[in-house]
Design a protein around this ligand. Structure first.
Ligand SMILES: [Zn+2]
Length: 478
């Protein structure tokens, strides 16, 4: 079934809603307008006359490059979109100005004779709001180059007062914690990392003593998607948030006046983002050994595996309970006898799925990630450095490792999304689903597809572990 949808403002919606009759809607469907919300139908008949502009307009991507002096074929890519629904002060400009400022500062550095070791690519995307058009076209057009050369993509869509917020590839979790540890929060006397830790502790979340703070998994909603979930390029999405409201998001009120009065007066957090993303880009570009550490990836894949097993078990026990209740006839007895009653239908039982391939792949990954972590720790404490030939080959293996988690044919019913660990949910829009092929099949009670994707996901994780093993071998030999 396809129902046409047209977003309209509350002022246009009010007379239509007010004219509806029929049952009062459930509480969670109600808005805040001062009348009772009914579900319809009628009695009023509405005639809608819609007009659309269908002309084709160009979308512009602005790309600036600074060639790397030693490793020009390894690219650090930094960007955000420049298009907006209306004025766009917060979305996207507050996240794009820092990109421009970082590019300006980098150019100033270059005037002193400094050159980045790796190539830097600064991007401002067009057509994001209509479906990530500019970034997607660019990534698809340069697919072969990017597959070979892209090290990391860093996005920052919207920024405001508050706490450091970051999501992305967990192989970069440890690295981004190190960056955040070195950036002062400009309105409190601690680093942006310690400020975020305090927020989590106060909110009752786990915040691991003085260790790394876990980063979140990315769903979608901005230009990291074509890099990350389509191409397997490790990505980070970062910004500050949490002390201002989102009420004007995507509306005509997202203005300069509103932004500078409420969201970031004096641009303290605009500056904090420049300092954070700027360090991220420069540390990646200058690193002798790229700061990938797969122990966090292994930790979250274990956690996601546990979650999908629990999800299947839970589905089995609730199905048994519900079917028992239906068979007992209690629903009918508990219903109001003066009202029509439709008995719920029993569901098919939930079979025991074979999670063994996924659990074995998880264990092999844990082993591989630990082994690399051990040689990495030793290498770091010895303060060694790699010669240029090994540096090229080892770093290439590290940044291309995440490509192994791509399934060529993509996810069921949406082949463009190829990452088997992270995807936006089929039904959740921006919201993330981890181990999406397995998790969504269980949620949709598609047991055959769940079993098939347990194997598919396990195979990709095994391929990923092999890449990590290769890196371990290279870092052990020198
Ligand atoms: Zn945006």
């Amino acid at each position: 079934m396809k129902i046409p949808v047209l977003p309209i403002s509350w002022a246009d919606a009010a007379p239509v809603l007010r004219a509806l009759d029929g049952p009062v809607v459930p509480a969670e469907w109600r808005g805040a307008l001062p009348f009772t919300y009914h579900a319809g139908p009628g009695p009023a008949v509405a005639h809608l006359k819609l007009s659309f502009e269908w002309q084709l307009v160009p979308v512009y991507d602005i790309i600036a490059r600074m060639e790397g002096s030693e490793l020009p074929d390894q690219w650090i890519i930094r960007g955000n979109h420049h298009d907006a629904w209306t004025h766009g002060a917060k979305d996207p400009v507050s996240g794009t100005i820092p990109v421009l400022e970082e590019a300006r500062v980098t150019a100033e550095l270059a005037k002193t004779g400094w050159h980045p070791r790796r190539t830097l690519v600064f991007c401002a995307w067009g057509g994001e709001e209509q479906g990530l058009l500019g970034s997607t076209e660019w990534v698809e057009t340069h697919a072969r180059d990017l597959d070979e050369k892209a090290v990391v993509y860093i996005n920052s869509d919207t920024n405001a007062r508050g706490f450091f917020e970051v999501g992305g590839s967990h192989a970069l979790e440890s690295f981004i914690n190190q960056v955040a540890r070195d950036v002062p929060d400009l309105q409190t006397p601690v680093s942006i990392l310690e400020r975020e830790r305090a927020r989590r502790v106060v909110a009752g979340q786990k915040a691991a003593g003085s260790g790394n703070l876990p980063i979140r998994a990315l769903g979608s909603g901005s230009d990291y998607s074509p890099f990350f979930q389509h191409s397997g390029i490790s990505a980070l999405s970062m910004g500050f948030d949490g002390e201002t409201s989102w009420g004007e998001y995507h509306t005509a009120y997202d203005t300069w006046e509103n932004y500078t009065r409420f969201h970031d007066p004096g641009f303290a957090y605009g500056e904090a983002l420049v300092r954070t993303a700027g360090r991220t880009v420069l540390r990646l570009s200058e690193a002798n050994l790229l700061p990938f550490d797969f122990r966090a990836t292994s930790r979250v894949i274990s956690q996601y595996t546990k979650e999908v097993i629990t999800l299947a078990d839970h589905s089995r026990s609730t199905t048994e309970k519900e079917n028992g209740l239906i068979a007992s006839g209690m629903h009918q007895l508990a219903a109001d006898p003066t009202k029509p009653f439709v008995a719920p239908k029993p569901k098919d039982g939930v079979p025991h799925l074979n999670f063994a391939p996924l659990e074995n792949a998880r264990d092999r990954l844990e082993h591989a990630a630990k082994a690399y972590g051990t040689v990495l720790d030793a290498w770091q404490s010895a303060e060694k450095s790699l010669d240029i030939a090994l540096s090229k080959e080892l770093n290439r293996t590290l940044y291309r490792a995440e490509r192994a988690l791509m399934r060529e044919q993509g996810l069921p019913r949406r082949p463009w999304y190829r990452h088997v660990i992270y995807a936006p949910g089929f039904y959740t829009g921006y919201g993330v689903k981890t181990l999406p092929g397995v998790r969504e099949a269980i949620e949709q009670r598609n047991w055959k597809e769940a079993e098939a994707f347990i194997q598919v996901t396990a195979d990709r994780i095994d391929a990923f572990s092999k890449e990590i093993d290769r890196a371990t071998d290279m870092l052990t030999t020198p």
